[in-house]
Design a protein around this ligand. Sequence first.
Ligand code: FDA
Length: 501
Amino acid sequence: FTSASSDVHAFLGCLSATIPCNLVKTPGTNSYSELLMSSVQNLRAVLPGTTRPVVIVAATEPAHVQATVVCGRRHSVRIRTRSGGHDYEGLSYASLDPHEHFAVLDLAKLRAINIDAPRSEAWVESGATIGELYYAAATANQTFGFPAGYCLTVGVGGHLSGGGFGALSRKYGLSADNVLDAVIVDAEGRLLNRTTMGNDLFWAIRGGGGESFGVVLSWKVRLVPVPETVTVFSIRRSRNQSAVDLISKWQLVAPVLPRDIYLHVFVQNQQADFIALFLGRCGRLIDTMRRYFPELGMTQQDCQEMSWMKSTVFFAFNTANLPVEVLLNRTNADYFLKVKSDHVQEPLPRHAWESIWSKWFEKPEAALVMLDPYGGVMGRISPLATPFPHRNYMYQLQLFSSWSENGTAALEKRLSWVRGVYKDLTPYVSKNPRAVYVNYRDLDLGTNVLEGNVTSYEKARVWGEKYFKGNFKRLAAVKSKVDPKDFFRNEQSISPLPAAK
Ligand code: FDA
């Protein structure tokens, strides 16, 4: 809807019948800016020129979410749902369309977590963070874990609906693979669970990105078993200590290691950090590393044994010397971000690493490059089981640029670094199409175009098949069924499937 068709005044009047006015913030009212910024993770998305919401609804009850959807449809004000605000392009709180009138439905206060210890399950509301989920699970029982990302402030709502990858994924798959049920408010404002939403919608929200189909209020998840003691290490090797040789070898080793070991690499500042989680004690880890990867030179001194909960602190902060209560912190970012992701099927030759390193990694604006191994359970789940299709790659590659200098010069430099490396990687990475992870949102892949008042399927396929391959068509079919009028729409929402397809 544009400023011409939407009636913001009537929308606000409609909201006031159900939602207390202190939960509805319009620009200029007390604490609008504070609420808007409260979970923003990318300052690039709130630069002058990006369109901000005409209202933010800080929902505290499901009825507030239902009312916002019903009033939005009635008065032509579109909704962007925000759980943790970590979308890399800020799509949960900002629009690229200068004329769009939209509301942000902020779920940060809908964050209850209920652990059912006898069943090893939990109900978790979308506004909780994954750090809060880790804390609640492991506090209920030290042997409960959950497979999800490293960044503890990521919101459950966006993370689970887009996939959710982390250090337990080789053992247990994505977060979305461990969802057992969900409660969603659909485009009619109805509350649906797994049974009433049906198999297709339940399939779509486990990796297809939640924003296209409704507002997911809560998720029932399977908690996975972890040992009381796990082991981590972080081994740093500089370029002149043969980091390039080690990365070349890592490509062959990390995806085929036993699934109890997760070993990823961070490359930055002329060095590579090899960081591992092992679901067991140090002794067995040393034996396995000597067998598979003796060149890394891992020894007993590298081992740090700890609880699984503490290991999530270690992965987030690269130190375990922080109390586990940091899992409960919520922060907003004070940096700008640009991220691109890819997948690798064949190891990059050593000369490719050498030349990319010399050309790019020595520049002051170089980003953090993260290499995350697949294999294990990731490769055993069908690419059709959920919308996430990239199951059979060796590893995922992420170019993660974050910077704090404001201004166009810094922005341009960072963007051109990330885009330049992405281009130079072309011969070595996924092809036809490039395989990209939807939780690492990237608007460079393309943005939606309208045909009439509905998102064009043909145009959406351009970016959509990079995220979802053949699953994109099924996602579009689900969209036609549950939201044919395309109410839940943003720059990269799933289009409805035209009748003829
Ligand atoms: P946010 O609230 O911004 O939502 C993201 C998208 O989902 C938006 O389009 C939004 O509308 C939609 N959405 C959110 N809640 C919804 C709901 N309840 N119902 C329907 N739609 C909803 N990923 C990963 O797999 N592993 C990792 O280790 C990391 N690490 C990481 C670090 C940092 C610093 C960032 C910024 C991001 C990551 N991510 C990640 C990516 C992260 O998983 C991804 O951005 C998630 O979508 C974020 O979910 P939030 O709820 O925080 O985002």
